[in-house]
Write a protein that binds this ligand. Structure first.
Ligand SMILES: C[S@@+](CC[C@H](N)C(=O)[O-])C[C@H]1O[C@@H](n2cnc3c(N)ncnc32)[C@H](O)[C@@H]1O
Length: 275
């Protein structure tokens, strides 16, 4: 595998950086959010699933292993696809295909998948457009599942500036209600949510997600000065923003064709309450 230059390492967003270090769980919330997602996905053997923005393939592999679903793991980033392909090969699972795709213009026909998953992806793009693409490729009656960053409480100006201005400049973080509205506007129904604290870059979350593999990730940081410098820059800034950040898992359904007709008259605004 090719080694990134120091400049390329400096330009990586924090989650891509963790992927380069070998971290396996990249969703920003730790494994708990994936448990919700998999429960709501309720996959059956042979169902077609799209995991868009699959990162290193952790959830795609798990879905195929645990449910025998037929999984397409797609990502816009060649670096992530390379890692995902390697992890799929190592897993010995043959129900996962890794492909190139952009969530804003998915290269799949309408109504192609029983379930569409986007974990921590829409936060990087035009979210309304992305949610509409997720809905478009989902079959009527199928499930759309996504996880997002959210503000659990109003951030201080300093925390907001550090996180969105410096650490993750390409990212959008909203309050929970706005995250929900995006899926409603995409025409999805039966919207349910779960939320919790942001765990991926806390020491406790890191250890609980990676287990004994955490040592290997930390050891890799020590192998290059560029990795050490990036980690030293990143950690204190993240620590200031983490208390305000959380995750939200959104589970929704694409209306079946008959339900679509009967609901179109009586649902005109987003639901106002969530769990
Ligand atoms: C935070 S990582 C999450 C990875 C994985 N879903 C997970 O939860 O472990 C975000 C992923 O979205 C991918 N991504 C960003 N923009 C994308 C786009 N426009 N289309 C598809 N994937 C995208 C990134 O390359 C990265 O792999």
């Amino acid at each position: 595998m090719s080694q990134l230059s120091a400049q390329q390492v400096r330009e990586l967003d924090p989650l891509a950086f963790l992927a380069v270090l070998g971290k396996r769980v990249l969703y920003p919330y730790g494994r708990e959010s994936a448990e919700w997602l998999l429960e709501w996905a309720a996959l059956k053997p042979g169902e077609r699933v799209l995991d868009i923005g699959c990162g290193v393939g952790t959830t795609a592999i798990r879905m195929a292993r645990e449910t025998s679903a037929d999984v397409v793991a797609a990502d816009i980033s060649p670096l992530m696809r390379e890692r995902a392909r390697r992890n799929v090969a190592r897993s010995g699972i043959d129900g996962v295909r890794v492909e190139a795709a952009n969530i804003l213009a998915l290269p799949y026909d309408d109504n192609s998948f029983d379930c569409v998953v986007a974990e921590a992806v829409t936060i990087f793009v035009d979210r309304d457009r992305a949610a509409k693409e997720l809905a478009r490729v989902c079959k009527p009656g199928g499930r759309v599942l996504a996880t997002e960053f959210c503000w659990r409480r109003s951030p201080t100006a300093e925390a907001r500036e550090l996180f969105l201005g410096r650490v993750c400049p390409a990212m959008q973080v909203d309050i929970v209600q706005e995250c929900l509205s995006i899926y409603f506007r995409a025409g999805l129904t039966d919207i349910q949510t779960a939320s919790g604290p942001f765990a991926v870059m806390t020491a406790r979350g890191f250890l609980s997600d990676e287990g004994s593999h955490a040592v290997a990730v930390m050891a890799r940081v020590m192998t290059r000065p560029t990795y050490r410098r990036k980690m030293t820059w990143l950690m204190p800034r993240m620590a200031r923003a983490v208390p305000y950040l959380g995750y939200i898992v959104v589970g929704a359904r694409k209306p079946s064709l008959s339900a679509d007709r009967s609901r179109s008259d009586d649902r005109t605004s987003a639901p106002d309450s969530i769990d």
